[in-house]
Design a protein around this ligand. Structure first.
Ligand code: CO
Length: 619
């Protein structure tokens, strides 16, 4: 036995598959090895939280609480850990304190031993309630510091220097932390910086220190080794089939590297390989969720643009929708500028999406010509305090027409929230009174409600939900990418559509090819200009639409969240009419014509295909 064995926390059942196959790994593919993983001697296993809660309910039709119970049953000896996004829990906005209370207590009762709590901005305001609840539950509170750097790419400089991280560690210990983690979500922590940072933190801290890093840039194994040399107590790693790329370092080579040193992990290499062999057989079923195969398993460019793994694919899909994939390099160089403007937020959910989407919009439409709702909320202070001040011009632009006000708040964002649990209990009382179910609804009122209907047999489980991870490898994956074709010049009949992706608006010009009917539509949010050409009727595609009515088609697939007007209301072009959700972002769609709302064609919660009629307006 080594003098000071490094402890290994295994992330295979959570972060590893979240990083590489969009969190789709089903419980049925983890169950066969869960008991053996329990016997491995890991310090802990991260099995829950982060995106697993959302993905199980939204895409897998699987009860996340049941998943946790299954793990607890099969893994009685190893500590189970979860990732918790501070006041945002496992969601994307700050929830009221009573939801935080209920969620932490229920998670503790259901089987979580270690809560790893973080905030994208490392803001204590967003952490203190969750931390206090974990302390109250009697479970292990691990506070994670999001690691970030500025353009230099290294530890130091004016913002993310040693003092910053030591200061955060002190604040976090005051919140009651039983351990501290360095959370390097984009693989930016360089090996020698890790040595310096771990040395300094170990000298300061009385509680254990853990390193969580990602392989994205290719440094993670070296970083882990230097951190171990500097005395880090616990290191995150995972089984090799789900390691490297944007995931964690592989556990097997780490175990061999440390063998017979004073930090020998003591783990059994052969047993680990057996587990990995099993995963090799299960993973091909998830192939369609893997990012497009590149020759390199690492992305050294991340050292420049600092975008965490999952984000790059998000950017690619946004640009593809806007038929602007050729602007990817421009977007990647815009990101550091946008991030600087916004006060250098560390790039992790949700700030990574925010900065990424805003950068796309800055490149496609001009800088801050369009500001997403999320960025407005952020600038207003609803996500907490950024590490550096927000550029004042950007702040003014962002808040110019912002409905909540032009001066940012100067208090804890959640302080303004009313309790939410009673309302949630009431909303689902006809379906269930189970606390887990109520929390699913409280966290995701739309997708959560749909899940509860399915779970309680009030709705059939959709085929695509049943099929995830169960499709045989021979089944062709749906074609996502349309071939980029050479663009002919737009004709006079071309019309401009708004397409919303991830909360961002893209203008797409559509030019009908040789059709007889040339639809007329308002352009760019302004009332339609009367042209010299004879006015043509909009081709209606809804039985309730009369010949003069304007139908409003969905510009993207998604979920209908709510209508903002009632039938019979008078609207003007550009008025907010309906809220849809696509890829976790809310998008408010404006009326495409002025007139009276004749019919709101769908109900809240309906899943919408692109082109489905959302509303009919009589001009
Ligand atoms: Co991670």
């Amino acid at each position: 036995m080594a003098d000071n064995p490094v402890k290994i926390s295994d992330t295979t059942f959570r972060d590893a598959h979240q990083s590489l196959i969009a969190t789709r790994l089903r419980i049925e593919d983890m169950e066969p090895i869960a008991a053996e993983m329990d016997s491995m001697g890991f310090y802990s296993m991260e099995v829950w939280g982060g995106a697993t809660f959302d993905v199980t309910t939204r895409f897998l039709g699987e009860d996340p609480w049941e998943r946790l119970r299954t793990f607890r049953k099969l893994i009685p000896n190893t500590k189970l850990s979860m990732l918790l996004r501070g006041q945002s829990l496992v969601g994307y906005r700050a929830y009221a304190d009573d939801v935080v209370h209920a969620f932490v207590q229920h998670s503790a009762e259901t089987g979580i031993d270690i809560f790893r709590v973080f905030d994208a901005l490392n803001d204590v305001w967003n952490l203190e309630t969750a931390a206090a609840e974990v302390v109250k539950s009697g479970k292990h509170l691990q506070m994670a510091i999001c690691y970030s750097v500025t353009e230099s790419g290294r530890l130091g400089g004016d913002i993310f220097n040693l003092d910053y991280f030591l200061g955060k560690a002190r604040q976090f210990v005051e919140l009651g932390a039983d351990s501290i983690a360095i959370k390097d979500m984009a693989g930016l922590l360089a090996p020698y910086d890790a040595f310096e940072l771990v040395t300094a933190l170990k000298a300061e801290l009385k509680v254990p220190l853990q390193l969580h890093t990602h392989y994205t840039s290719g440094m993670a194994s070296m970083t882990a080794l230097k951190a171990i040399e500097a005395g880090v107590d616990i290191v995150d790693a995972c089984l090799s089939p789900l390691a490297l790329r944007t995931s964690q370092p592989a556990v097997e080579p780490l175990v061999v590297t440390l063998r017979d040193t004073e930090r020998d992990s003591g783990l059994d290499f052969d047993k680990l390989v057996k587990m990995s062999d099993y995963l090799e057989t299960a993973l091909p079923r998830y192939k369609s969720f893997m990012e497009s195969p590149r020759a390199a398993v690492i992305d050294p460019r991340v050292l420049k643009h600092q975008i965490p793994g999952g984000m790059t694919s998000n950017l690619v899909s946004q640009l593809r929708e806007a038929d602007a994939l050729d602007r990817l390099d421009d977007v990647l160089s815009e990101i550091p500028k946008t991030r600087k403007d916004l006060g250098y937020p560390p790039l992790v959910t949700p700030t990574s999406q925010m900065v990424g989407s805003q950068s796309v919009s800055n490149v496609l439409f001009g800088r801050y010509k369009m500001v997403s709702g999320q960025v407005k909320d952020y600038v207003y202070g609803l996500y907490g305090r950024p590490p550096a001040p927000i550029e004042s011009e950007v702040m003014q632009t962002a808040l110019k027409d912002y409905e909540k006000g032009q001066t940012p708040i100067s208090e804890k964002p959640s302080a303004t929230l009313e309790p939410e649990m009673d309302r949630a209990r009431d909303a689902v009382k006809d379906i269930s009174s189970d606390t887990g179910d109520v929390l699913i609804y409280a966290l995701y009122p739309t997708t959560g409600l749909k899940f509860l209907h399915i779970k309680h047999g009030q709705e059939e489980m959709p085929e695509d939900m049943k099929n995830v991870g169960r499709v045989t490898p021979t089944t062709p994956a749906p074609q996502k990418q349309a071939a980029v074709q050479e663009t002919p010049a737009a004709s006079e009949f071309a019309r401009t559509f708004n397409v919303f992706v991830d909360g961002e608006r893209f203008e797409v010009v559509v030019d009908p090819v040789g059709g007889e009917e040339r639809p007329q539509a308002p352009q760019g949010g302004k009332p339609a200009k009367q042209s010299e050409k004879p006015k043509q009727k909009v081709k209606t595609s809804h039985p309730d639409a009369g010949p003069d009515d304007v139908v409003m088609p969905a510009p993207m697939p998604g979920l209908l969240l709510r209508y903002l007007v009632e039938e019979g209301a008078a609207v003007n072009t550009g008025d907010s009419l309906v809220v849809m959700e696509a890829m976790k972002m809310e998008n408010t769609l404006p009326a495409t014509a002025s007139g009276t709302v004749k019919k709101l064609t769908l109900v809240a919660g309906a899943s919408v295909k692109k082109g489905d009629v959302l509303a009919i307006i009589t001009p």
